[in-house]
Ligand binder design. Structure first.
Ligand SMILES: Cc1ncc(COP(=O)(O)O)c(C=O)c1O
Length: 388
């Protein structure tokens, strides 16, 4: 049996994903929505947490040299990206970090560019800070793959009030791993128009089907100095509840400003268990991740096969990264409410409605396939039942 085949009951564990009674009013619903996995973390991570639990003292904790070393080695070995020492800082989560970056680097008159359909906290956080959001909508090409509208992007970056661009690399949803050429163009446009890049690379370890990831900050020193890269072990190793993530900020002045905002919020350390888990994951997670990626690729293929056979009116966008499948259901000509009614009530299945990710996400569905194959098959059965 494959280690990822094991079904572990997550109900009654305070799991957000599995608390379907509260979220959708029905405990029978199978959750394939929010982005966490139904797999346990690597054994070495669990061991590190147990060791810390046995130690028994959970006082204030700060990631130290060991954590930094583990992260730097991971980036070097896994992504061929060598970062300097002492340029990391930490945050409980990436959404928290994005919110703090908006607060730190933009003012009330400033505008922020995002690329919908995109992970919705990008524009929601900007709006909560009362910043104006400019939407550089992604375009679907003839191969049903998202591309960047660079003319529109440049027009939006050239607005004198645009101060920040939030990049999602790899992109959620849609799963694009942006190419070096695309990223170079983005990086140079942001330099030209003096727009700071926040690059959310939380999905960058989950590369499928041989796709390769380029960190935008690895392209040139100038771009690195104008970029804050957000990384985390949370998606890769399923540690979101431990709340530990890292920011790579090569520019000393930007780093100082960010650290001041952390202090402003009383955030000067990290969760004790999260710190140990992060370090163990980056130190020991390599082989586990390779196995996970193979399993996820099989799950993607299974979704493609079943949908192509049983729901040919839908169009599955094959992800280049991560475990979130973006499904084009526009041909059903249903409103979000109608789709939700069919999925939740008839199918007893929770997927994310595409409109959450921006107006051009309407008519799409996002399905989380990071689950054992048996659960995936049950989810697909429910999807077919809901939509036929
Ligand atoms: C692109 C992206 N950024 C950030 C997050 C959440 O990060 P965190 O839990 O660290 O706030 C997610 C979760 O799905 C995501 O997809």
């Amino acid at each position: 049996m494959n280690r990822f085949d094991e079904i572990i009951n997550r109900r009654e564990t305070n799991s957000v994903k599995w608390n379907t009674k509260e979220m959708f009013g029905d405990e029978e619903i199978l959750p394939m929505w929010v982005a966490d996995m139904d797999f346990p973390a690597p054994a070495e991570v669990i061991e590190a947490i147990k060791n810390r639990a046995d130690h028994g003292i959970f006082g204030y904790t700060m990631p130290g040299e060991g954590t930094e070393k583990a992260i730097r080695s991971w980036l070097k070995n896994r992504h061929h990206w060598e970062i300097e020492e002492n340029i990391l800082t930490y945050s409980p989560g990436i959404v928290t970090a994005i919110s703090m970056a908006i607060q730190t680097y933009t003012g009330p008159e400033d505008k922020i560019v995002v690329q919908p359909p995109v992970y919705y906290p990008f524009f929601e956080m900007a709006k909560k800070h009362k910043r104006e959001v400019l939407y550089n909508e992604l375009l679907l090409n003839e191969h049903h793959r998202y591309e960047i509208n660079f003319d529109d992007l440049e027009a939006k970056l050239a607005d004198p009030n645009t101060k920040m661009f939030i990049l999602c690399n790899p992109h959620n949803p849609g799963g694009r791993v942006w190419s070096k050429e695309e990223l170079t163009k983005i990086g140079e446009l942001c330099l030209k128009h003096e727009v700071l890049i926040i690059s959310d690379d939380i999905h960058s370890d989950l590369l499928l089907f041989g796709n390769e990831y380029t960190p935008i900050a690895s392209i040139s020193k100038e771009i690195a100095e104008n970029t804050i890269t957000c990384i985390a072990p949370s998606k890769t190793f399923n540690l979101a509840g431990l709340q530990a993530s890292a920011l790579i900020i090569p520019n000393a002045s930007l780093r100082r400003k960010f650290n001041s905002t952390l202090q402003l919020h009383g955030l000067f350390g990290l969760n004790t268990l999260g710190t140990d888990a992060m370090e163990a994951a980056y130190k020991h997670g390599n082989d586990w991740l390779d196995e996970l990626i193979t399993y996820l690729e099989e799950n993607v293929t299974e979704v493609e096969n079943i949908i192509n056979e049983k729901l040919p009116q839908l169009n599955v966008m094959r992800p280049e990264s991560t475990y979130l499948i973006w499904i084009d259901a526009r041909s059903l000509h249903k409103t979000d409410d109608e789709i939700k009614e069919l999925l939740y009530k008839k199918g007893k299945l929770a997927l994310e409605p595409g409109s959450k990710f921006g107006e051009n996400g309407a008519g799409f569905l996002r399905m989380n396939i990071a689950c054992p194959k048996e659960t995936l098959q049950e989810g697909l059965k429910r999807l077919v039942h809901a939509l036929t």
